[in-house]
Write a protein that binds this ligand. Structure first.
Ligand code: FAD
Length: 315
């Protein structure tokens, strides 16, 4: 069976859900081999084994994490030269896509970004024109390199005990031209990560800039907070929380849109949510076309009342 490389997305050894999704997809294509860059590989092993990694290649050279992405692309090139994988899967975030692009040049291989599904072949599906069209594609030259969007697969447990192989890499001076001088974790909100949350409560222009009812309702449900671009562009909420075509793609069990009209660019990031609820004071708002439940009303009245009810029922 051919090896399929999966670049592990993690913070200090804590593996992100997207990696579980990539490993699940990799199992459809061959034998999943995880590539872990950084420290604390031992902390990552249980999660990598749970989703079927048969081997973990650990790259612990500190130079790999002291610079921007160029050394990581070089390292992956060296791993690929040794393992000769049939495909390489990387998370579709900004770092992942930059690594993938550099790697594609180095390996003289085709690259497909932002896949929302990957099947045997590997044949990818991409959602284009704000989700209005699906495109199937296949790399025809070199080793297929595919970046995969969050929630492209439901993680399926496989329970393996992967062996760890330390791998030495050589980083060229040319890859060390931009060093990271400082990094600060985003302020902890205590809420789940947007792309991994089971429930998301998003606010739009209809909040009028006051996200406190959105946050209070989210906290009553243990949910993440999202925002429309109108809210982000107005400076009401940080861009990291934007849902949509130029923000994050989410697919939670429950997506609650409050004061959001439902523009196609917003839908592109949330329309695959399992259950969609909207609160909007305009009964003609386009968001009501795709909801499972709709509430016509003022979010500043509906949300506090609902939060109170949820809190009462929990106690
Ligand atoms: P609006 O469209 O202004 O809607 C506000 C809604 O709130 C209205 O329906 C109104 O009835 C309702 N409302 C007002 N007051 C209340 C109240 N008190 N209670 C309840 N409801 C109320 N948008 C995104 O969201 N994400 C993206 O990633 C994104 N990418 C884009 C990329 C491109 C290239 C372009 C051109 C646009 C993009 N947009 C994106 C913008 C998108 O087209 C819309 O402008 C945006 O989604 C609108 O945000 P909104 O629904 O919050 O605001």
């Amino acid at each position: 069976m051919s090896n399929v490389l999966v670049l592990v997305d993690h913070t200090g050894g804590k593996v992100r859900k997207t990696t579980a999704e990539l490993l699940t997809i990799a199992r459809r294509l061959g034998e999943p081999v995880a590539v872990f860059i950084g420290d604390n590989v031992q902390d990552a092993l249980p999660a990598l084994g749970q989703y079927g990694a048969t081997k973990v290649i650990a790259l612990t050279d500190p130079e790999l994490t002291q610079y921007l992405v160029a050394p990581k692309a070089e390292a992956l090139q060296q791993v690929a030269a040794k393992i000769e994988p049939s495909a390489i899967l990387i998370s579709s975030n900004s770092e992942g896509k930059e690594i993938a692009a550099r790697l594609a040049v180095k390996l003289d291989s085709g690259l497909i970004t932002d896949a929302v599904d990957v099947q045997e072949g590997p044949v990818t599906t991409q959602s284009v024109f704000a989700g209005n069209y699906s495109v199937q594609a296949k790399v025809t030259h070199g080793t297929p390199i595919i970046t995969v969007k969050p929630n492209a697969a439901t993680p399926e447990a496989a329970e393996t005990s992967p062996e760890v192989e330390e791998f030495d890499v050589t980083i060229s001076d040319g890859a060390k031209t931009a060093r990271i001088t400082d990094s600060k974790p985003r302020e902890a909100t205590g809420r789940p990560e947007l792309t991994e949350a089971a429930i998301i409560v998003s606010g739009g222009r209809g909040t009028g800039g006051d996200f406190s009812p959105i946050e209070a309702f989210a906290d009553s449900l243990g949910a993440a907070v999202g925002a429309s671009r109108a809210a982000v562009d107005s400076g009401w909420y940080p861009h990291a929380y934007q849902v949509g075509q130029t923000g994050k793609t989410v697919s939670p069990q429950l997506y609650i849109a409050a004061g959001i009209s439902g523009a196609i660019q917003h839908r592109a990031g949330m329309q695959t949510s399992k259950t969609i609820v909207a609160i909007n004071k305009d009964e003609e708002a386009p968001i009501f076309e795709l909801v499972d439940f709709g509430v016509v009303g003022d979010l500043h009245k509906v949300l506090p009342a609902t939060t109170e009810e949820v809190t009462k029922r929990k106690s």
